[in-house]
Design a protein around this ligand. Structure first.
Ligand SMILES: [Zn+2]
Length: 215
């Protein structure tokens, strides 16, 4: 814990002093324009990745950046999204998967999850991802990049990471709060994959039906 305690002290004596006005302003209320849904993985840092400050991203994180579909679970995901969409009025939702995702590895290799019943239950909301990977990418040779996947290496895993972003966007659209705002045309939904080892971000391009470099 010592490094974390030291970190808090450094934050209070250094960083916070330069951001005092910002936090005073944020005490009056938050007005984030983007809900950022991503994995709990420690290698993914949404604010670092997007160079955003406190107050700019409303963040939802869980193993595998999963959004259970409407009515399937009374969980924190639907509540968090509902609040972001209806109370905060976010204009954008980004679902961001990432390279080397352990949740997606578990989805592809359930035989390795015998000691993780909670993980198995949670990954049931990504079973559609596994089905699509099995259907579309079953003939992928190991070590070859997929035609669809923008990330080299581990082709089946990378396909799962990308397909899962698309599946979770479909699930997101089943939530009534999201569906209503999408129908009104004032909510944008984006799918990203973050390759943390290079800093690259790939965004799903619906017209091309593939992930392409965001910048
Ligand atoms: Zn992950």
């Amino acid at each position: 814990m010592q490094p974390l305690t030291q970190g808090v002290q450094d934050f209070q004596t250094k960083n916070f002093q330069t951001m005092r006005d910002l936090f005073a302003q944020l005490a009056q209320g938050q007005h984030p324009e983007t809900l950022f849904i991503t994995c709990s993985d420690s290698r993914v840092d949404p604010n670092l990745l997007t160079q955003t400050k406190p107050g700019e991203l409303f963040v939802l994180r869980n193993a595998g950046n999963i959004v259970p579909p409407h009515g399937s679970i009374n969980g924190g995901e639907a509540a968090t999204i509902e609040y972001a969409v209806n109370a905060l009025g976010v204009k954008n939702i980004i679902i961001c998967g990432h390279s080397h995702c352990g949740a997606m590895k578990g989805l592809l290799h359930p035989e390795q999850l015998t000691d993780f019943p909670a993980v198995v239950a949670w990954l049931s909301y990504a079973q559609k991802t596994k089905q699509r990977v099995d259907e579309k990418y079953s003939d992928l040779p190991d070590g070859e990049p997929t035609l669809n996947a923008a990330i080299d290496g581990e082709p089946t895993l990378n396909a799962a990471i990308e397909e899962n972003v698309l599946v979770q966007i479909e699930n997101l659209r089943t939530l009534p709060s999201v569906a209503a705002r999408v129908a009104r045309g004032d909510l944008n939904i984006y799918g990203w994959v973050y390759r943390f080892e290079t800093g690259e971000v790939f965004a799903y391009e619906p017209d091309a039906q593939r992930f392409v470099p965001l910048v």
